[in-house]
Design a protein around this ligand. Structure first.
Ligand code: GMT
Length: 382
């Protein structure tokens, strides 16, 4: 099949999932065309079957606003015509589902048009898409897609509840390349962060440092942990709230216990030296970062919100707590860091869960089946 994947190139789970899906589809002999503003984060080395088409949004003195929806839709039309796309797969509804719909209309007017699949990722519904400034068009565009998938049952329910969408939405969970996401020995790296002290534990957080990640809560939890257990906090990623991390760390007097390494493509070495992963987000439709940690045998302590309970089994792969239960989150992390047999048991259970349910080999065929189904359907039937 010829598949156009529309995604954000910036650091974020939706772009990572779209990129991993494209790479896996290319390995399965499909021709994949990424359509994005920049080369997607984590695209890595050249791979046969993959092409990248850059969306450029020209400016003009009359415009104060970038015309991204127009330039993206135009690029989708161009790529679909040049490469006879069968499928346009929009990752993140805003505004990608709308751009996919618009391009489909243009292509249909001049012959045959590709089918559109929209994958909902989370904030495109729960934070951005439901904003009254966008919600009518987002709901309409979701309704117009030939197929809609959501990354968790929780997100599927939120889409019905918050946008009033009526159509079928299938749940296809996020996934990992399990050949790459596995713990490996990183003794030297660990020593760099612990100063060679075997008693020091490493607590890790990976995110795009948006307000929804609650960086102040993260620091407050770590502050409680470090009072009981000699530990360091490893922060991976970048975003507007990274400044909060520096500020709160200074205020708490714990700056020297925190290692901030910024956005990193190679996440496995950093997870391989981690003892516990913290994710106290206000909302998380899935929690891809938690899944990556679990694959590298790191138990997760997280807030019990959104799709996180569908990924992390409470008391088995880590611990889930209500949003405001910072003491309980810290206590769970301390328990894991001071009871090594318990930590090992949860680490292995977390890894086993990923391998059973969330590897590319299991999930990518679900997307392929979805593409095949809509291509075999008579147009207009959903
Ligand atoms: O977390 C974000 O703000 C970014 C967003 C994205 O575009 O990457 O993340 C969402 O999609 C991820 C991939 O499906 C999910 O793993 C995240 O849980 C989800 N974030 C939220 O729901 C807050």
């Amino acid at each position: 099949m010829n598949i156009g994947i529309v995604c954000y190139a910036s650091v974020g789970g939706s772009g990572i999932v779209a990129t991993e899906l494209g790479k896996a589809l290319a390995r399965r002999n499909h021709q994949v065309h990424f359509i994005s503003t920049e080369t997607p984060f984590r695209l890595g080395e050249f791979q046969a079957g993959l092409a990248f088409h850059q969306v450029l949004t020209p400016t003009y003195p009359l415009f104060r606003e970038p015309q991204y929806l127009l330039s993206l839709s135009n690029k989708i039309v161009q790529v679909a015509r040049e490469f006879s796309l069968d499928i346009i797969h929009a990752h993140y509804a805003v505004p990608h589902a709308t751009a996919a719909f618009l391009s489909q209309q243009v292509l249909a007017a001049s012959g045959s048009a590709p089918r559109v699949v929209t994958t909902l990722h989370g904030t495109d519904i729960t934070l951005v898409g439901n904003d009254p400034s966008y919600s009518q068009i987002v709901a309409f565009s979701i309704d117009q897609s030939d197929r809609v998938t959501a990354v968790s049952n929780s997100l599927r329910a939120a889409t019905y509840a918050e946008l009033g969408v009526k159509r079928d939405i299938s749940v296809i969970p996020n996934f990992l390349d399990c050949w790459i996401h596995k713990r490996n020995d990183q003794q030297e790296l660990r020593q760099r962060f612990t100063g060679g002290n075997p008693d020091i534990r490493i607590v890790t957080h990976v995110s795009n440092f948006r307000p929804v990640k609650r960086i102040d809560a993260l620091l407050a939890i770590f502050d409680r942990i470090r009072r009981s257990v000699p530990s360091r906090l490893l922060l991976v990623g970048d975003g507007p709230e990274l400044g909060t991390a520096y500020r709160v760390a200074r205020e708490l007097g714990i700056s020297d216990l925190i290692h901030i390494v910024g956005a990193q493509e190679e996440i496995v070495p950093l997870l391989s030296i981690s003892d516990v992963f913290l994710l106290p987000s206000a909302q998380e439709s899935f929690g891809l970062a938690a899944l990556e940690a679990m694959a590298c045998e790191v138990p997760v302590v997280a807030s019990n919100v959104g799709g996180l309970p569908e990924v992390i089994q409470d008391g088995v792969c880590g611990f889930l707590h209500p949003l405001d239960a910072l003491d309980a989150m810290a206590a769970s992390a301390i328990k894991l860091l001071t009871d090594e047999p318990l930590r090992q048991r949860m680490a292995h259970a977390a890894c086993a869960r990923v391998r059973e349910h969330f590897c590319a080999e299991r999930v990518v065929p679900m997307y392929e089946a979805c593409y095949r189904e809509i291509l075999s359907e008579t147009r207009g039937r959903r």
